[in-house]
Ligand binder design. Structure first.
Ligand code: KIV
Length: 279
């Protein structure tokens, strides 16, 4: 049985911090899950770190379903949360419900994540009422980057902070089982975490959230040109990959690879018939 939303909620009650990492395919999903991380996010950040777009806006629902399927296939125990991409849920509660159902039925997700505050509470309510677990996401919501005027810290002044607190409370009332707080001041995230009964999952929101989520590529150092301030790099896979591929290419050029170990032998008698054959 996979981790459930009840398990995640219990972790808050028990004071256990919740680690969450993004995954976009079966191999990496499997590796992350093997470390015991209970919840994986198939984030629409894949639009940037996998597809090479400047924002998450171009990602489609079909692409999210495709990547979700792969992560689900590579995992057995983790709760898989799939992002609903840009404009796949804000047009109407019916549109949200139809598309969330596709992520669950076709993608195999255990929950969906929606970006937005109090304004989308009726949508969250409708999706939850249909039996689909929803993770909310407020603060710097990347799908609204054009509206926000860039990748900016949210909730810095008193009004904006109050607004975010109201958003969080409305989303909890609407039935969200957890809420991502992205790029907001740490003291505000601490207060939201204190006021909610559902877990807060921070990214760039300081140490006092109930859990943390990070983009896989950021924490393993896969990207040369993207180093967000909120991310800590625990490995340098970009360098490790470059070194490995360079060595491979050098050995191909010099004839050192492949050797007998990587080659397939052939029965001498079968070979002899070839030598004897007319070309
Ligand atoms: O798409 C994503 O990866 C996300 C996280 C950064 C929270 O939404």
């Amino acid at each position: 049985m996979r981790t459930t939303i009840l398990d995640i909620r219990k972790m808050k009650t028990a004071g256990q911090r919740i680690p969450m990492v993004t995954a976009y395919d079966a191999t990496i999903g499997h590796l992350i899950e093997s470390t015991g991380v209970p919840m994986l996010l198939v984030g629409d950040s894949l639009g940037m770190v996998v597809q090479g777009n400047a924002t998450t806006v171009p990602v489609t629902l079909d692409e999210m379903i495709y990547h979700t399927k792969m992560v689900v296939r590579g995992t057995q125990n983790a709760l898989i949360v799939a992002d609903m991409p840009f404009m796949s849920y804000k047009i109407s509660p019916e549109q949200a419900l139809t598309n969330a159902a596709r992520l669950m039925q076709e993608g195999g997700a255990g929950a969906v994540k929606l970006e937005g505050g109090e304004a989308i509470a009726p949508i969250v309510e409708r999706v939850v009422a249909a039996g689909i677990p929803v993770m909310a996401h407020i603060g710097l919501t990347p799908q609204s980057v054009h509206q926000l005027g860039g990748w900016r810290v949210q909730g810095r002044d008193a009004d904006a902070a109050q607004h975010l607190l109201n958003d969080a409370l409305a989303l909890e009332r609407a039935g969200a089982f957890a809420i991502v707080l992205e790029t907001i001041p740490a003291p505000l995230a601490k207060e939201i975490t204190r006021r909610l009964t559902i877990p807060t999952i921070g990214i760039g929101a300081g140490p006092d959230c109930d859990g943390q989520v990070q983009v896989f590529h950021d924490i393993v150092g896969l990207l040369d040109d993207m180093k967000p301030r909120h991310a800590k790099q625990y490995a340098n896979l970009a360098e490790a990959i470059r070194t490995a591929v360079l060595s491979y290419a050098d050995e191909v050029r010099s004839g050192q690879f492949p050797t007998e170990t990587q080659s397939i032998k052939m029965d001498e008698a079968a070979l002899a018939t070839l030598y004897g054959a007319k070309s």
